[in-house]
Design a protein around this ligand. Structure first.
Ligand code: FPP
Length: 220
């Protein structure tokens, strides 16, 4: 969801205004997913590296997230949406950890849609945590397979992503789902996240529909 800061700056507004407008885009995209029959959406809301931002922006972002959770949780639950959070959640404030725990628990049995929020998330750190879990369990080296690692990641019960959309014009992964995106199709758009709407989302899906996914085979 890149481009909130630039969106705000170009209007002479504080960066937080961009994040607020970004939360509206998220609502739009959630509805667009539902209409298109997409069942899993994972959003990169706050990266491990984002902790290096000014403390004011971090606390504004956390407040926005808390506010969004408080305001939207009932609606998400009524719509049978399961909410998950991935990342190094231990780094978050106690209050936000409590809200997150409550949201995950409340929606744990919902089945219509899966919204996963990557928060304080970095894929390299996630892989290191996974390796530590495996070692702590005492798994013998020769028994470690791709499945062992995949099951130790934060995304253990999620399917691998089919499509990854990055807004805001940069063409890189920035430490997002490195392992999980091995065969994901990438879609980069210059549109800034606060401007991203249903039309842009549909264009991304149409582009994806034209791709031929061969997973390393000749495709014959
Ligand atoms: C990247 O834009 C965006 C973020 C670091 C925050 C994303 C958060 C939201 C959209 C808030 C809504 C989320 C939830 C879960 C309620 P940037 O600030 O790096 O933009 P820039 O590259 O233009 O500076």
């Amino acid at each position: 969801m890149d481009g909130n800061g630039r969106w705000a700056k170009s209007r002479g507004l504080p960066r937080t205004a961009g994040h607020k407008k970004g939360a509206d885009s998220l609502r739009t995209v959630l509805n667009a997913c539902r209409d298109a029959g997409v069942q899993y959406l994972t959003i990169y809301a706050f990266s491990s590296e984002n902790w290096k931002r000014p403390s004011d922006e971090i606390s504004d972002l956390m407040q926005l997230l808390n506010h969004y959770l408080e305001k939207e949780l009932d609606t998400l639950h009524e719509n049978n949406v399961r909410l998950r959070f991935i990342g190094d959640l231990g780094q978050l404030d106690k209050d936000i950890r409590a809200s997150i725990g409550e949201a995950m628990e409340k929606t744990a049995r919902n089945t219509a849609f899966n919204l996963t929020v990557a928060l304080s998330y970095g894929s390299r750190q996630e892989i290191v945590r996974a390796v530590r879990r495996i070692v702590e369990k005492g798994v013998a080296a020769q028994n470690i397979t791709e499945e062992t690692l995949a099951e130790a990641l934060d995304t253990a019960d999620l399917p691998e992503p089919d499509l990854l959309i990055r807004t805001g014009g940069e063409q890189r992964l920035s430490n997002f789902l490195l392992w999980q995106a091995a065969y994901t199709e990438f879609y980069f758009t210059p549109v800034l996240w606060p401007d991203f709407n249903t039309k842009h989302f549909t264009e991304a899906l149409q582009d994806y529909a034209k791709r031929e996914r061969r997973y390393g085979t000749t495709g014959e």
